[in-house]
Write a protein that binds this ligand. Structure first.
Ligand code: NAD
Length: 355
């Protein structure tokens, strides 16, 4: 159906996609006017960061390798100090949402451009959203200064992402697209991107899992990740993201896996109240039955946990999560009620087929 009223603001960023895109890293960095770039990564991705530092040549200014999930404030402080000490005028982030998140925390307080080189499907590189965790509480915000100036997508960097993590990360990405389709600020251009992002993953995902080193499947999946990330960056998220934030924040459960488990249930909750979004997901998944059940069936084929109890949630945690998720009101296609949330969480807790 045609959306007859909408607004759309394009985000100012440059994207380069393809195998070997990194071979031109130095000239891309020079184009931005950056003369001293630090490289930010997790400890596990230090070797990759070293090869990127080597590509930067005399424009490289060192590696900060302490990125971790949810950007603890002490790590952000240390990273900022590192950037100042090295006289950095740019920051190359390589890795998943944790590395990108740390780069954003630097850019938030020391306005230097970010060059993002994503190696998961999380999508943070396409958004102006930052997060910082202080005393166990994650604060988030939006600022144009944390939006990467340049994103380099090289599918070759994703072949090392293990099958399980690839699948969970892809479901995390698809969740951005699903919620973009029924967002209060949805628009036709973003809906096209979101649908195509889900389609790309639906086609690539089981193949990526079966053959993680196959570059064609990885290319298709990373293309999907770009589209899903762009959908996230352009819209306001609803029930699914609020719920995962509440679960992740209060119980400290792994980010991508939590999204992967919850997505079929949050879509089951919303799909009858968001018919255009439902139809788009159905087209992308090539089904004419429930889009939520189709996503759940896709998830069953993937090497990921399928129930929240498998990743450490307990039935007694439901009260706390419901309380957190109801704290601040937000737009959602269907009214979010305590009773509705409880039933959604009970299903997700044990991984029951969504109804
Ligand atoms: P992650 O960045 O924590 O990465 C998970 C693990 O995979 C890490 O140990 C990392 O070193 C490793 N890894 C990454 N790429 C790899 C590769 N190609 N090969 C082998 N190992 C690899 O996980 P994530 O799911 O990408 O990001 C999650 C974080 O991102 C959360 O903190 C979440 O809140 C945040 N996030 C933020 C936004 C936003 O818009 N601000 C969007 C999505 C996610």
């Amino acid at each position: 159906s045609f959306q007859s009223e909408f607004g759309y603001t394009a985000l100012p960023m440059r994207v380069r996609f393809g195998i070997d895109v990194l071979s031109q890293l130095q000239s891309h960095v020079a184009e931005l006017g950056t003369e001293r770039a630090i490289v930010v990564c997790t400890p596990e991705q230090r070797t990759l960061a070293e090869s990127i530092l080597a590509q930067l040549g005399d424009r490289g200014a060192g590696i900060f390798d302490r990125a971790e999930m949810h950007v603890p404030v002490d790590v952000a402080d240390a990273a900022l100090q590192f950037a100042l000490d090295r006289g950095a005028d740019g920051c190359v982030v390589v890795g998943g949402g944790s590395s990108v998140g740390l780069g954003k925390a630097i850019a938030l307080r020391h306005q230097i451009p970010i060059i993002a080189i994503p190696t998961t499907y999380a999508g943070s590189e396409m958004t102006p959203v930052w997060g910082l965790t202080r005393d166990g509480h994650k604060q988030t915000g939006t600022s144009p200064s944390v939006l990467p100036a340049l994103v380099l997508y090289d599918p070759g960097l994703t072949t090392t992402l293990p099958a399980g993590l690839s699948a969970a990360s892809a479901m995390n990405a698809m969740a951005h697209a699903v919620e973009a389709l029924y967002a209060p600020d949805a628009s036709p251009i973003i809906s096209l991107m979101a649908e195509e992002g889900i389609r790309a993953f639906a086609e690539a995902l089981t193949r990526v899992v079966a053959d993680p080193e196959n570059i064609d499947h990885r290319t298709r999946a990373l293309y999907g990740a770009w589209l899903c990330g762009a959908s996230l960056g352009a819209t306001t998220m609803s029930l699914h993201h609020k719920l995962c934030h509440a679960i992740g924040g209060s119980l400290n459960l792994p980010h991508a896996q939590t999204h992967a488990i919850v997505l079929p249930y949050s879509l089951a909750y919303n799909e009858s109240s968001a018919p255009a979004a439902k139809a788009a997901v159905q087209r992308a998944l090539r089904v004419d039955t429930s889009a939520a059940v189709a996503l759940w069936e896709l998830a069953q084929k993937l090497p990921i946990p399928h129930a929240l109890e498998q990743i450490g949630m307990d039935g007694s945690d439901i009260d706390l999560v419901v309380e957190q998720a109801l704290k601040n009101p937000y737009a959602n296609p269907r009214e979010v009620t305590e009773e509705g949330l409880r039933s959604l969480l009970q299903d997700a807790l044990v991984g029951r087929r969504p109804t």
